[in-house]
Design a protein around this ligand. Structure first.
Ligand code: BGC
Ligand code: BGC
Length: 635
């Protein structure tokens, strides 16, 4: 029986010492990739505890540690029997059949897997299993959780303190469910808005991405210099997807990124420099290729660059069967990925075959034992730094089971602030702000539509059912406030009037619509799809205009779209991105108690260039509004 209880968490002393020891000025290859000194220095006790464990582990136990299976595809008994090191729940995978719960099922499942992993049977060692989840805009797989704006909106807000608050609130909600690890933040720099993951990117500017990524990591993991670092209120983070995910040709998800090494570093590497500099413990490999070679099999980038030159000593996790895309590999077998430097293989379904094949490949010498030992060392190091050997079962953790923290009003207040600050005003012909005592029509497919507000990665992977393609049912959005709800409460409390039918007269109409939810490759656009104009919402705006009713368009989307005709025919146009559960943040800025004195001004600035209609490419030319554009009431 191993004991790791010595009363304190394992983290090193060189706390404030994060420093970057090289620069990226020159174009020479060896000038890229600075050595990043992690503020979490290696701890002698941890390293010797790992040595002791490794000495006792069989090949089967070691390879098992390196496997991450999906909760719907493995039982706690099998996880124990096969010495599995990690589990995940994929997007839209919950511990229950129904998304709605009960909430306690998350913690019960975490307890079951933990209990199985700590049960020392005949051939077993007690090593806590680590559970990862895609909490990418709040703890978004859990019904009732606070859902923050997707990253693109946070890039528009560009407020570092807010990022820390979001990270803190998200970590607390994850901790309630007994989960240890989030696959966030995404530090992709989207270079072509046709990419279906553009909304997971904070900005087209790599400096903004790196800075906001750093700040949310400090909120999620805690500050390395403080007691709260990886405490029971915090979670392990993942900087993803290393590297070049946002740079693929045509914005093709999982496609090819063709760049020089210096460009790759400058455009897509900055997020990792900052993440490692604040102690990010895990990095996820990316699906894309760089100059023709899959990153999952790229030894130079994963091992020589990330672990070597940059000095990363945490673990590299693969993406969902990403190894299976390497030429010569399948989901069931891929020594190349392990040899290239993936430590923990995300093999959601075919984990057993992968495990058996890998054990055979190690025995046959296709994978060197030193590589296995290094991978297991990194996995154990992260688990020990996270206090997993000391913290006991998930339900014994500080915030475990505290259902009131899920969607807590304090967290919702942070999300509502984020919504307010993310709104970008592109046009205003003196129609905004709207006086609260007005007669207001609230119309459009997105006005009372939580699925449109939250987009993909919300309770389900796509924000819709994979088979029927129906958007998620309303019950998945427990506790969410729609944009209509927010406007109603602001206007009605001031004696104004809100109607949701386009009939009759009104002082102003707010028309809310935009993109239907999507995630990953399902959201990729072709050049001809860049525009989004000729639908029923556009007809609605035309008919309101014909009746001399001023129109404020609130556009919900995961990226800019070519909508010139819409902007031209609206009196005001607001880009609201994918704001999440707190739709009332929109009314906070649009509705003024006193017409001359808005309650909140617009703060958001475009995090991406906004294309004109007819733009067909990249950060699309021709441009209608440039990066950084955004009007305010005051100026
Ligand atoms: C995505 C990752 C995600 C993983 C697990 C993959 O398809 O690319 O970002 O973390 O699935 O859901
Ligand atoms: C899962 C996601 C995953 C995706 C990868 C989906 O079925 O729910 O988590 O990212 O598959 O293709």
């Amino acid at each position: 029986m191993m004991h790791f209880k010595n009363g304190f968490r394992y983290f090193g002393a060189a706390l404030f010492a994060s420093s970057i020891l090289a620069s990226c000025g020159a174009a020479a290859k060896d000038k890229a990739w600075p050595k990043v000194r992690s503020p979490i220095s290696q701890d002698a006790k941890i390293e010797s505890d790992i040595d002791a464990l490794l000495a006792r582990m069989s090949i089967e136990q070691k390879v098992g540690q390196m496997i991450q299976a999906e909760i719907k595809n493995i039982s706690p008994d099998d996880a124990a029997k096969y010495h599995i090191g990690s589990i995940l729940n994929g997007g839209g995978s919950w511990p229950t059949d129904k998304a709605e719960g009960p909430l306690g099922a998350w913690l019960s499942m975490a307890n079951l897997f933990y209990g199985a992993s700590m049960d020392e049977g005949d051939d077993r060692l007690a090593i806590p299993i680590i559970w990862g989840t895609d909490a990418v805009h709040g703890h978004n797989n859990v019904v009732g959780a606070t859902v923050f704006p997707h990253n693109i909106g946070l890039g528009a807000a560009n407020n570092p303190n807010l990022m820390r608050d979001i990270g803190t609130a998200t970590a607390r909600e994850i901790a309630v469910t007994g989960i240890d690890w989030t696959f966030a933040p995404t530090v992709a720099v989207a270079k072509d808005i046709r990419w279906g993951r553009t909304y997971e990117s904070y900005s087209q500017d790599s400096k903004v991405v790196a800075n906001l990524g750093k700040e949310i990591i400090l909120g999620l993991q805690g500050h390395p210099a403080l007691e709260n670092f990886l405490s029971e209120q915090k979670v392990v983070v993942t900087a993803k997807h290393f590297i070049g995910d946002g740079g693929t040709i045509g914005g093709d998800d999982q496609g090819e990124t063709t760049l020089s090494e210096m460009e790759l570093f400058k455009e897509h590497g900055q997020g990792y420099v900052q993440a490692l500099g604040v102690g990010a413990q895990t990095v996820m490999a990316s699906f894309n290729t760089w100059n023709g070679q899959k990153i999952h099999g790229h030894k130079y980038l994963l091992t020589d660059v990330l672990k070597g030159k940059m000095g990363f000593d945490g673990l590299v996790v693969g993406d969902w069967n990403g190894h299976g895309q390497i030429p010569g590999c399948s989901d069931e077998s891929c020594p190349q990925a392990i040899n290239a430097g993936i430590d923990l293989i995300m093999v959601p379904v075919a984990w057993k075959a992968f495990l058996e094949n890998t054990i055979r490949q190690v025995k046959a010498g296709e994978i060197p034992m030193e590589r296995i030992n290094d991978a297991v060392r990194r996995i154990l190091r992260v688990k020990m730094r996270a206090g997993m050997f000391e913290d006991g079962k998930p339900s014994a953790h500080e915030l475990a089971g505290r259902a009131k923290l899920i969607g807590h009003p304090d967290h919702r207040a942070v999300a509502r602030q984020a919504v307010r600050e993310s709104l970008v005003l592109l046009k205003n012909n003196s129609v905004l702000p709207i006086s609260a005592d007005s007669k207001v029509m609230v119309l459009g497919t997105g006005s009372d539509n939580p699925a449109y507000q939250s987009g993909g990665w919300t309770v389900t992977w796509q924000g819709s059912d994979l088979e029927t393609r129906q958007i998620n049912p309303r019950k998945y959005y427990k506790g969410h406030t729609t944009i209509l709800d927010g406007i109603k409460s602001a206007v009605q409390s001031a004696g104004g009037n809100v109607q949701t039918s386009p009939e009759g007269a009104a002082d102003v109409a707010i028309v809310v619509f935009g993109e239907a939810p999507y995630a990953e490759f399902e959201g990729d656009l072709s050049a001809t799809d860049m525009a989004l104009e000729a639908d029923e919402n556009f007809q609605l705006i035309q008919s309101l205009k014909a009746r001399n009713i001023p129109v404020v368009t609130v556009f919900l989307s995961g990226r800019p779209r070519g909508v010139d005709a819409l902007i031209d025919s609206s009196d005001a146009f607001v880009a609201a991105w994918l704001p999440g559960s707190e739709g009332a943040g929109v009314a906070d800025v649009l509705i003024a108690r006193d017409k001359r004195k808005p309650q909140n001004d617009f703060k958001g600035k475009l995090p991406f260039d906004w294309p004109a209609s007819g733009a067909t490419q990249a950060i699309a030319a021709p441009i209608k509004y440039n990066y950084g554009y955004g009007l305010t009431y005051s100026k």
